[in-house]
Design a protein around this ligand. Structure first.
Ligand code: C2E
Ligand code: MG
Ligand code: MG
Length: 745
């Protein structure tokens, strides 16, 4: 999956998780506040019901007392008890003893009257003016025919507050006076006292029209002494304001206050009596309250559910995040070095080349990384890779980047197009790595090589890299199209060579070796031809250098050696006297200590005398360990093989070599055959003559390669060269054809 897509998805999921969390939290909050709201509503309704119940009980109590007075007034009328003051006094004191009134009084409409109290006896002559203001107002109402209840007033005869009931007294259909009874608020206290409301959590108090407590339940929520609901810090300013307003408008209201950590509610309701109010207070919240407890348990429960849900959500999200970043890491990063991988490299390249058109891609590889892994182990190999990664990083400029592909292959994106600058920059990495690994804890020198493609692709950089894969002389190559073709062919050959060997596509061709004087065939050279499935041939120049570099030449040489043995056996078997055959042998064979025995075995297998076989080696072999080569040559000669030095004079040959290596034959490179433009032909001949002369003195026979003309033959013969080989005599010919042409009985 695309990194951007993964990141987008991650953002989407983050948003989703947050939204879900918000929605769930909101829903839980709504549900919770709904429960609380419901609880409040139930509580309000309950308070209202109970308050109304109380109001009706209070009014009933007052009504009972009024009815009692009214009945008494009727008795006064029917029995004409107002006829004399004594009669009134007698009745009042008798009745007063049987009820709970503080005092009872009768006042005639002229304002004169009599009062009896159980405690202080009878006062015979009182006037309306002697009465407290509120009492007088009530009595005057009764003079006008009303039943009245006074407001509270301070009594002179009684230590405390009183109020009175007053009813009119009639005679012959006319009001003649009023019968009044005073009472304390204690009658309501019976109601209010101790009797809690709302399952024991609430209390009811009676307030006057200013909010002062008239009757305050002994069991109050607020334990402190208060004379008014506005006392103390309990009601907030706002609630106080609302309460004042409600009282002024004689309206009921709900309110809240907090006491000792408990949330309390109150209901304030006017009662139809003297502007009084009922004040119902109720504890709603608190850990000690059952409802509070339920709500707290519910809250904790919901909180735990939320917590569990969020934990699960977050855990899922965390796993997803981790997996996503793992996915990104796996998809875009190399696990060994932590560098980007090619996928990410290509993405970055795509992005950056939108703004930078001038760039170069370098492919960087280690010579023989496989050996480092094989000899020192993968761990050390990885250490080397990490070290190279760090070195590349150090050499990057802003906007440049790199990646590790696989094994030891790195790609670097550079913002330069100048070949010399690029060479310098890459060389500095290569040198740096070489220097450090030479001296630091590494026990081997890590040598890098690099292929670069300016404004090109990774593939092109790789082609340039492969062109110098086995070349230890060059460590930097730039890509061009011819290189591409070459590398394509090269990799084609490499991928197909094993199969070609199995399919016998490598054919034996023979070219005759002649006696220069007589022209007689004295031998032949085995030359390989690769016959492709379409019948066409590939020549050794196209594949031998590659096989020498990749080691396949060892296999091929042994194969050709065997083919030569088979050919010799064929000749012998049909009774033809065979001519010796020269076989080209690559340098690598000599590195194998068993090489002489190996080829001897093959020769034995076909019962071929080693004297029929000459092994051609190239002069550059002398650059290797001469002692070891000589040792091998010795062993081969002991078996009976002859050794020939091929292409002598083509490279950096030296006469010293004739001395160092004990060879049997010297093949003079065909370069000697040609006159060089501007060169002195005489000098060439002198040198040739001397070489041939030296060889002869050392017992080495000489063969001139590349005899193309009669002149060539005559010249070489004149120089005393023994044999010749070349197109003048014949071209390399398919072995069968060669046999047909030259090897007849
Ligand atoms: P070489 O061993 O020096 O072989 C002689 C080469 O010169 C052959 O090229 C041959 O075709 C060519 N030649 C012969 N006469 C003339 C001539 O008159 N004029 C010119 N211009 N060329 C002539 P070829 O067959 O293409 O082989 C090239 C080289 O490949 C050989 O050079 C040899 O070094 C190598 N080679 C060939 N076969 C084998 C093989 O089986 N094993 C190994 N290791 N190397 C082989
Ligand atoms: Mg040869
Ligand atoms: Mg040669």
């Amino acid at each position: 999956m695309d990194e951007k897509k993964i990141k987008k998805q991650l953002i989407r999921i983050t948003v989703l998780i947050i939204s879900v969390s918000i929605v769930v939290s909101a829903l839980v909050l709504i549900a919770f506040s709904y429960v609380i709201q419901q609880a409040h509503n139930t509580d309000h309704t309950q308070m209202k019901i109970e308050t109304e119940e109380y109001e009706s009980r209070i009014l009933k109590q007052i009504d009972k007392n009024i009815q009692f007075l009214t009945s008494l007034a009727k008795a006064f009328e029917v029995n004409d008890l107002t006829a004399s003051t004594e009669l009134i006094e007698k009745n009042l004191s008798a009745i007063n003893e049987t009820n709970s009134f503080v005092s009872m009084a009768y006042l005639s409409v002229d304002g004169k009257g009599i009062i009896n109290s159980t405690e202080y006896g009878t006062k015979w002559e009182i006037t309306l003016d002697d009465c407290a203001d509120y009492a007088r107002t009530a009595i005057e109402k009764s003079f006008k025919g009303e039943d009245a209840v006074s407001k509270m007033f301070d009594s002179e005869i009684f230590d405390g507050k009183l109020f009175i009931y007053s009813v009119p007294v009639h005679k012959n259909g006319e009001i003649i006076g009023a019968l009044a009874a005073s009472d304390t608020l204690e009658i309501f206290e019976d109601i209010v006292n101790g009797n809690t409301v709302l399952d024991g959590q609430g209390y009811i108090h009676i307030l006057d029209s200013a909010g002062n407590f008239l009757v305050r339940s002994e069991h109050t929520i607020v334990k402190e002494n208060m004379s008014s609901i506005f006392d103390g810090p309990y009601l907030s300013e706002k609630t106080q304001e609302k309460a004042h307003e409600a009282i002024a408008n004689r309206e009921s209201m709900y309110g809240e206050f907090e006491y000792n950590g408990n949330e309390c509610h109150f209901y304030l309701a006017p009662i139809d009596l003297n502007g009084w109010y009922l004040f119902c207070a109720n504890r709603l919240w608190g850990p000690a309250l059952s409802f509070g407890r339920s709500v707290i348990i519910l809250g904790v429960f919901l909180f735990l559910i939320l917590l569990a849900m969020f934990t699960l959500l977050y855990y899922g999200y965390y796993r997803f995040r981790k997996n996503s970043s793992l996915l990104i890491r796996l998809a875009y990063y190399d696990r060994v070095t932590g560098a980007d991988n090619t996928l990410r490299f290509d993405r970055k390249k795509e992005e950056i080349t939108k703004k930078h058109k001038d760039y170069c891609i370098a492919a960087l590889n280690i010579h023989n990384f496989k050996c480092i892994n094989d000899i020192f182990g993968t761990e050390d190999g990885n250490k080397v890779l990490k070290f190279i990664k760090a070195k590349i990083e150090e050499n990057l400029e802003p906007d440049e980047f790199f990646c590790r592909d696989s094994a030891d292959l790195f790609y670097i994106f550079l913002l330069d197009t100048d070949e010399s600058i690029l060479s310098r920059r890459i060389s500095s990495v290569i040198l740096n790595v070489r220097e450090v690994t030479q001296h630091a804890a590494y026990s081997y020198e890590v040598s890098l090589y690099s292929g670069l493609s300016i404004r090109g692709t990774r593939e092109q950089a790789l082609v340039a890299l492969q062109s110098i894969k086995h070349n230890l002389q060059t460590d930097i190559a730039f890509y061009d199209h011819s290189l591409h073709e070459m590398v394509r062919k090269k990799s084609n050959i490499e991928s197909y060579m094993q199969l070609a060997l199995q399919r016998n596509e490598f054919k034996l061709f023979l070219q005759s070796k002649r006696d220069l004087k007589t022209g007689k065939i004295t031998g032949a050279e085995a030359l390989v031809r690769w016959q492709l499935s379409d019948g066409s041939y590939r020549y050794p120049g196209e594949f031998i250098p590659l096989f020498e570099a990749n080691g396949f030449s060892v296999k091929l040489d042994m194969y050709m050696f065997e083919k030569v043995c088979i050919q010799l056996r064929k000749w012998i078997d049909i009774g033809i006297t065979p001519v010796p055959i020269s076989v080209n042998q690559s340098k690598r064979l000599f590195a194998n200590g068993n090489y002489p025995e190996d080829i001897e075995k093959i020769a034995r297998k076909y019962n071929i005398s080693p004297s029929l076989i000459t092994l051609e080696i190239l002069e550059d072999i002398a650059a290797s360990d001469a002692e070891q080569i000589n040792h091998q040559i010795n062993a081969l000669q002991k078996i009976g093989f002859k050794i020939s030095m091929d292409d002598f004079g083509s490279g950096y040959s030296s006469l010293n070599m004739l001395y160092t290596l004990k060879i049997d034959e010297l093949k003079l490179d065909r370069g000697f055959m040609r006159k060089v433009a501007g060169g002195d032909d005489e000098r060439r001949k002198i040198i040739l003559k001397q070489i041939i002369s030296f060889a002869k003195k050392l017992g080495i026979t000489t063969v001139a390669e590349g005899i193309e003309t009669e002149d060539d033959r005559d010249n070489m013969a004149a120089l005393s060269c023994d044999y010749g080989q070349g197109y003048f005599f014949d071209k390399p010919t398919e072995a069968e054809e060669f046999s047909r042409l030259y090897m007849q009985k």
